[in-house]
Ligand binder design. Structure first.
Ligand code: SAM
Length: 332
């Protein structure tokens, strides 16, 4: 199996994503002779072998799709051993750290390997990820997963306490990422790990006091361009706007008055929807709940053949799980 090299058909030992719906996905390792229980009944792994990725697979009571894994799908389906970073934050991290093919990146802690998979995809085919984790089993499990996913040549997993013992890397990294409870303790060693020509650093922290402390130490160490970001999820409110019907003279025909009546109903529904979105935004519901409620509301109206469409699919990916602090180290 290889996450880095897309292949067309499902093979023995591939890690695949079973897609039964946006909110119902599973990752499995395909092994002939095994079965996997889905809400549509038992799926024999052997039914997947040789099928092109993207195929519709019939189960006893319904169907699913078999998908090639990507870092984003892996993030949504990986076994959680820790809290993880989601693709919303990950996209900012890879962009702001300027991770690209050939980059050398240092990361700690490895955790469940969610961010690691995305970093590796961005630095392929010639870069390298050095990831550090002080929990022995997590480090071993991550190493095993990278191997199963065909990524072992792009990543070195180190079992190490980076706050106590540092990274033991000198001037090799283009970027460093920290997801640690006390990131400031690892900053001096992170600075040494960055290349002499400088680089970027990011620290992820859920609480603002950690951010303040990190910023202070970054400043003491000579980092510049320090900025903290948070990624907030916002739902797009997509609507078709009905323009007023022009008065072309000659009075209302039966046809135009019926269009007007329907338009008025549509406008009323649209206003009601706006109110729901606003009251949800004012309240303390999560964005996912807000989006779902909006979507359900519109879905019902669509069933009654209203001729406008609106709403977006429910948002599943959490935003703002923490603050992302970025900084640059310039050459001395
Ligand atoms: N970013 C990861 C992901 O997306 O899957 C999740 C990281 S998890 C929140 C934090 C990890 O840091 C934990 O697995 C923890 O064991 C590890 N950790 C905490 N302190 C550490 C230290 N001093 N040295 C190395 N790893 C550490």
């Amino acid at each position: 199996m290889s996450f880095d090299n897309y292949h067309k058909v499902v093979e023995e030992n591939d890690t695949v994503i079973l897609y039964l719906g946006y909110e119902n996905m599973h990752s499995i390792k395909v092994r002939g002779g095994h079965t996997f229980q889905t809400k549509y009944g038992a799926l024999r792994h052997s039914d997947l072998l040789g099928k092109p990725y993207g195929s519709k697979i019939q189960c006893p009571k319904g169907y699913l799709y078999v998908l090639h894994p990507t870092p984003e799908l892996w993030t949504q389906n990986l076994p959680h051993r820790t809290q993880i970073l989601y693709s919303t934050d990950i996209s900012i991290v890879t962009f702001q750290l300027d991770v690209r093919p050939g980059s050398v990146v240092v990361e700690s802690g490895t955790g469940s390997g969610s961010l690691s998979h995305a970093l590796i995809r961005s630095l392929l085919p010639s870069g390298h990820l050095h990831t550090f984790e002080f929990h022995k089993e997590r480090a071993e499990k991550a190493e095993q997963e990278f191997k199963e996913h065909g990524l072992e040549s792009y990543v070195t997993v180190n079992h190490r306490d980076v706050c106590q013992n540092g990274f033991d890397l000198e001037h090799v990294a283009d970027a460093v990422f920290l997801d640690l409870p006390v990131p400031w303790e690892a900053l001096p060693s992170a600075k040494t790990a960055l290349k002499k020509e400088g680089g970027r650093i990011c620290s992820f922290s859920p609480c603002i006091e950690q951010v303040q402390r990190t910023c202070e130490v970054l400043t003491e160490l000579g980092f510049e361009d320090i900025s903290t970001m948070e990624c907030l999820v916002r739902n797009f409110d997509v609507r078709t706007v009905n323009l007023p019907i022009p008065d072309l003279g000659g009075g209302d025909s039966i046809e135009t008055s019926s269009i007007k009546k329907e338009k008025n109903t549509v406008d009323e529904e649209s206003d009601k929807k706006q109110e729901i979105v606003k009251s949800n935004a004012d309240g303390d519901k999560s964005s996912a709940e807000n989006a779902k409620q909006t979507f359900d509301f519109i879905g019902k109206k669509e069933d009654k053949n209203f001729y406008f469409k609106s709403g977006v699919a429910p948002t599943q990916m959490p935003g703002h799980t923490g603050y992302l602090t970025f900084a640059t180290l310039y050459p001395a």
